[in-house]
Design a protein around this ligand. Structure first.
Ligand code: CS2
Length: 490
């Protein structure tokens, strides 16, 4: 028998014991617009908000996709409802979330979306548009004024394509109408994401007019550190969830038990009581962001490149290889932890918890998924730590292996000669560099390190950095990745 589609009407017929919104969804109104309504948002912020709507129904979320209409197509027939399934060794635990009132597709509904963002009821615009959605130079965090979407948005400010362009236009409309600005809350994995968003958006506004730039310069851009691992959903996941909840959900979200959200408490136009749902409200998020990007994401990216090249499809598989575990343990303990200043946080316990999360056998987290967009991720995940250590005259052996594995990965050729599907805004450029370098590790390094948007200018000139990465590249080409990892961990 086919199951009904998950929707308002089928809620009453869900399998016994499935948690679903206990508040009256009809009474919920929109207070938040979220740009980038991907799996991550639905496993994180939307869940915190779902926990709070019974207390204050004025904080419902309208999601928007800037690139593809697929989330709207999945959630519209479901009245915005979807399942979040927490997975661990003990099983899969589904819960239906109701905080997303509707989803808009920015391409076909741009004007409606801008009008909503300019509505006084919207007091927060949050974003998970991924690193590349900021249209910035990842090496220095400044707006990339030559980015095609930014060039477009300056020529057509009323019909912007980029996330910064949407924010500036909506803020400009609020300013013109005498409406207080919304707070812009970044939920992306960027260092100091609030300040970064503020720098980019204010610059774009100033390019439109100095006066607008000044006004936008006074908008609140609270930083947040978000943490939850969310692998992409597969058809097997869909089938499992339908069996568990007794309804078809076109896009359930699979995640881990762990969740953390650290938020800078700066919302002049109000905010939900996030702390009641477990978020940590703090004055300064930066140390937390730093810790997470270097420890979790730095390990993730290293495992993604070295793991993928070694034939491991999933992070849990990488964690089944003792040499890789030693590499990641050593990377965090010897090379990352000494660069962090986190009074009150037991870094050893944080590391052990991360290793445990990476081991979660029920989480099918692809190395290929994490490997995406490395040019945008490397600076904050590995290169910042490397800079700090080089400055202090300290070793970078494991971190440099992560960078070398990325360089080897973006050649697009796997160890067995097969093709790697490299997804990155600079994929073509990097492919051409690799083709020119042939199998000369030094030439590959020199070609890639010249990408100043990734490496800045300092690392290209650093002899210790070059020596270490090129040494690893030689091993990667001569011995293969598994032997290279084994060599480093002794
Ligand atoms: C991952 C992150 O895909 C990636 O690059 O490293 O999405 C990671 O799973 C999250 O940051 C965890 O909070």
């Amino acid at each position: 028998m086919t199951k009904p589609r998950l929707s308002r009407n089928s809620l009453a017929t869900l399998a016994a014991g499935i948690t679903a919104p206990a508040y009256d969804r009809g009474a919920v109104s929109a207070g938040i617009v979220h740009l980038g309504i991907g799996a991550f948002h639905r496993a994180h912020m939307a869940v915190y908000v779902d926990d709070l709507l019974a207390d204050d129904p004025s904080w419902g979320i309208v999601g928007a996709s800037l690139r593809r209409p697929d989330t709207k197509e999945a959630l519209e027939p479901q009245d915005g409802l979807y399942t979040i399934a927490v997975r661990d060794a003990a099983g899969t635990h589904p819960r239906v979330i109701g905080s997303i009132l509707s989803v808009m597709d920015a391409n076909s509904q741009r004007e409606d979306l801008l009008a909503l963002m300019a509505d006084p009821a919207i007091r927060i615009v949050s974003l998970t548009v991924t690193e590349k959605g900021y249209c910035h130079d990842p090496a220095n965090g400044e707006l990339d004024e030559k980015h095609p979407d930014i060039v477009h948005d300056l020529a057509h400010p009323g019909a912007p394509k980029s996330a910064p362009g949407m924010l500036v236009e909506a803020l400009a409309r609020r300013k013109a109408a005498g409406i207080a600005p919304f707070a812009v809350m970044s939920c992306d994995n960027l260092p100091n994401n609030g300040q970064t968003a503020k720098r980019i958006v204010t610059r774009l506004a100033a390019l439109r007019s100095p006066e607008l730039g000044q006004w936008v310069g006074n908008v609140a851009f609270p930083s947040t550190m978000v943490d939850r691992i969310v692998p992409s959903t597969t058809d097997a996941d869909r089938a499992e969830i339908a069996g568990l909840i007794g309804a078809e959900d076109a896009w359930p979200i699979m995640t881990e038990p762990f969740t953390q959200w650290v938020i800078e408490d700066h919302f002049p136009s109000g905010r939900p009581a996030f702390e009641k749902a477990g978020a940590q409200m703090v004055k300064d998020v930066e140390p937390f962001e730093h810790m997470k990007l270097r420890m979790l994401n730095g390990s993730h990216s290293t495992m993604a490149y070295a793991g993928y090249l070694g034939g491991y499809d999933y992070i849990a598989e990488v964690m089944g290889d003792g040499a890789y575990v030693k590499l990641i343990h050593g990377l965090m303990t010897e090379e990352v932890m000494p660069t962090l200043d986190m009074p009150g946080v037991e870094l050893g316990a944080y590391r052990d918890q991360l290793l445990e999360r990476f081991r979660n056998p029920a989480l099918k987290h692809r190395t290929w998924q994490i490997a995406m967009d490395g040019s945008q991720k490397l600076p904050q995940r590995l290169l910042g730590t490397i800079r700090d250590r080089l400055k202090a005259g300290q070793g970078i052996e494991r971190l440099a292996l992560g960078v070398a594995a990325w360089m080897r990965y973006v050649t697009g050729v796997a160890e067995d000669g097969g093709e790697i599907d490299v997804r990155d805004p600079h994929a073509l450029k990097m492919h051409a560099i690799a083709a020119d370098a042939g199998d000369d590790p030094g030439a590959l390094f020199d070609g890639l390190v010249a990408l100043t948007e990734v490496f800045g200018t300092d690392l290209a000139e650093n002899g210790a950095f070059r020596a270490s990465v090129v040494n690893h590249l030689e091993n990667l080409f001569d011995l293969g990745v598994r032997a290279s990892v084994a060599k480093v961990v002794g």
